[in-house]
Write a protein that binds this ligand. Structure first.
Ligand SMILES: [Zn+2]
Length: 347
């Protein structure tokens, strides 16, 4: 299925470039890959021609490898060409990690959504907030094991290890804005579900969409319920954004995503991702037809491969996102079982 899915998309650059080597994907738009020390081992950075320099989109995480990669790029292929401003798509470490460093080092402003700026600062100012009892109890109530609950509760500290302090000020980007970069008028969109108020830039004249992590070719972006918003519906928000993109952005648009390869076939990819989530919803309702299941019991229904604790924490929160969507749709209902473990039952 994966193979056929990819066949329906078109990849103008079938091979990823070497890390740190810029590729011109459109006149005045460069694509650069930086390494990440995760299973997802890279992030895409874009540079948009802006006068005599470059506006940067996203940064990579804050570590020595990424700082050196930036140094090599700016002293090598882009030597003598200044950075003019930094646009950050969302608050995840691989996208915002070096924002504070880049802005200070090159004296450039940060442009991002209000939510991205606030989320990053909230975690940075109170990294231990997620350890609070109500949050930990939330995961335990849904059947998460203590080891994974510990990992999820302490992730604020892990976040800080990958993110340099933000600059004190930013310029807010809001959906509906027009952002002029190098004489070109980008429409600002924001998406939700993967990260709140994730910024995307669309250039209608040239049919180019910088899609951040909203739509990616080979992988589906993580969609998670978090303890701070326990009844939230991030999957519903994600699907709503996907429908908006499908209806506003023409099919022959070049999609420049935050990970994996640039591609053509946005509407097709949106359909594939919607179907992927519908499949998971169906697996969950079928499993619950046999009797009530906790979110923890549904994780292996949706994720049938072995998971390490880190993967399990994401799988758990992603499974929860599907459960909350099904609750909203009226296809599942919560019941209490076994001394308070919350379970879902097919209606
Ligand atoms: Zn990302």
């Amino acid at each position: 299925m994966m193979h056929n899915e990819q066949d329906a998309l078109r990849f103008p650059w079938p091979e990823a470039p070497e890390p740190g080597v810029p590729v011109e994907v459109a006149p005045g738009i460069l694509w650069v890959r930086f390494p990440l020390p995760f299973r997802l081992d890279h992030v895409n950075i874009y540079l948009i021609a802006d006068g005599d320099g470059w506006a940067v989109v996203d940064t990579g995480i804050s570590d020595d490898v990424t700082r050196e990669a930036w140094g090599a790029l700016l002293n090598g292929p882009l030597a003598g060409q200044p950075l003019t401003r930094l646009i950050v798509t969302h608050f995840h470490p691989d996208h915002i990690g070096l924002a504070g460093w880049l802005c200070a080092e090159f004296g450039i402003p940060l442009l991002t959504s209000q939510t991205s700026f606030l989320m990053c600062n909230v975690i940075s100012l109170t990294p231990g907030a997620a350890e609070a009892k109500p949050y930990r109890d939330f995961y335990l109530r849904h059947g998460m094991d203590a080891e994974t609950a510990q990992m999820v509760s302490t992730q604020g500290h892990q976040y800080l290890q990958m993110v340099a302090p933000l600059p004190p000020t930013f310029l807010r980007l809001l959906s509906g804005d027009t952002l002029t970069i190098g004489g070109r008028q980008f429409r600002v969109y924001s998406g939700d579900g993967h990260a709140p108020e994730q910024i995307m830039l669309y250039l209608p004249e040239e049919k180019i969409l910088l899609a951040a992590d909203q739509v990616i070719a080979r992988i589906t972006p993580n969609i998670s319920v978090w303890a701070v918003d326990p009844d939230g519906d991030p999957l519903g928000h994600y699907l709503r954004t996907t429908r908006t993109l499908e209806s506003h952005v023409p099919e022959d648009t070049l999609v420049l995503p935050g990970h994996e390869l640039p591609f053509y076939g946005l509407a097709e990819r949106c359909r594939q991702i919607v179907n992927h989530h519908e499949d998971r919803c169906r697996m969950i309702t079928e499993a619950c037809a046999d009797g009530p299941k906790s979110v923890a019991e549904l994780v292996p229904v949706v994720f049938q491969r072995p998971l390490d604790p880190h993967q399990l924490s994401f799988a758990f929160s992603e499974t929860h996102a599907h459960v909350n969507r099904l609750i909203r749709r009226g296809e599942l209902a919560w019941i209490e079982r076994n001394g308070g473990v919350a379970c879902v039952l097919a209606k």
